[in-house]
Design a protein around this ligand. Structure first.
Ligand SMILES: [Zn+2]
Length: 287
């Protein structure tokens, strides 16, 4: 009799341990719902924050970046930040260390937001960095930026979000070809809703194209978070699986910052799950 009780007790302990291990595993591998009290699931939110850079070898990282990263980490959310890669050529040690430390903590994914984010001109007409340039020139910008990321940060940048600047296309067919050829590139934070070029690239299977939904965004104008606009747009897309929300955190003053935090709180109240681009793509592959 005593042996039997002991056996049951041992089995119960083993079970409890297995359950504990399982939940510990879930904690480390699965992203957490920010508001999951009811078990409801809202869409996945990929925060796409553009323009991480420094201008000199000794400049400190803009406080706007530390503020947003601290906030995201403090709330146990996820986000992604786009680096302008020629900033890595400056050998600004504090800057590189900050990026590496943030990357290591895991809540933020960095992506490629252009080599110089500069507008170039041809015949007096302005073009964005990845528009109206040869395939070789464009590919070179991808390759040298990935090399800089590897050398200065120790990791590649799997995502790409093309920089803007002037009101014209931010990429062309040569960019699409470069995305399909440069091995490090896995995800495109597409600047528009999915079009034919994006669809074709998606079908090739090497790159996952994550589209934008025009009326659902952090900002109504560049640098202007707008909760009301986001709420209106959000209501128009029930059942949508994900939204890529773009913002320019370095341009947010106190009021704009507050507006951004209200947007995050609204999304939490809608049971949204915040993910990095890579995390979301991995979750798509599991389906
Ligand atoms: Zn930008």
């Amino acid at each position: 009799m005593r042996h039997w009780i002991l056996l049951v007790w041992l089995l119960a302990c083993a079970d409890a341990r297995a359950a504990e291990e399982k939940s510990a595993e879930a904690k480390t591998t699965e992203p957490k719902f920010s508001a999951d009290k009811t078990g409801e699931k809202g869409p996945v939110i990929i925060l796409k924050l553009d323009d991480v850079n420094v201008k000199t070898k000794t400049a400190a990282i803009n406080g706007a970046w530390t503020r947003v990263v601290d906030y995201i980490e403090g709330k146990k959310l996820k986000a992604s930040l786009g680096i302008i890669c020629n900033s890595l050529e400056l050998d600004n040690e504090g800057y590189a260390k900050w990026i590496k430390d943030v990357q290591k903590r895991g809540a933020i994914e960095f992506w490629f937001h252009g080599y110089d984010h500069a507008v170039h001109t041809d015949d007096g007409k302005p073009y964005n960095e990845f528009n109206h340039r040869s395939y070789e020139e464009q590919k070179d910008r991808f390759v040298k930026s990935q090399k800089l990321a590897q050398e200065k940060l120790g990791f590649a940048l799997p995502g790409f979000g093309p920089p803007g600047g002037v009101y014209s296309a931010s990429f062309d067919e040569n960019t699409v070809k470069a995305m399909s050829d440069v091995p490090e590139m896995k995800i495109w934070l597409y600047p528009t809703p999915l079009d034919e070029a994006g669809k074709k690239l998606n079908e090739q299977g090497k790159v996952v194209v994550l589209e934008r939904v025009w009326d659902v965004n952090l900002e109504s104008k560049v640098g202007m978070p707008d909760l009301k606009k986001l709420m209106e747009g959000f209501a128009k897309h029930p059942g949508r699986e994900y939204f890529v929300l773009q913002g320019h955190a370095a341009q947010w003053d106190k009021d704009r910052w507050e507006e951004f935090t209200k947007i995050v709180e609204f999304l939490e109240s809608k049971h949204c799950l915040f993910m990095t681009p890579s995390e979301y793509v991995a979750s798509m592959a599991k389906k």
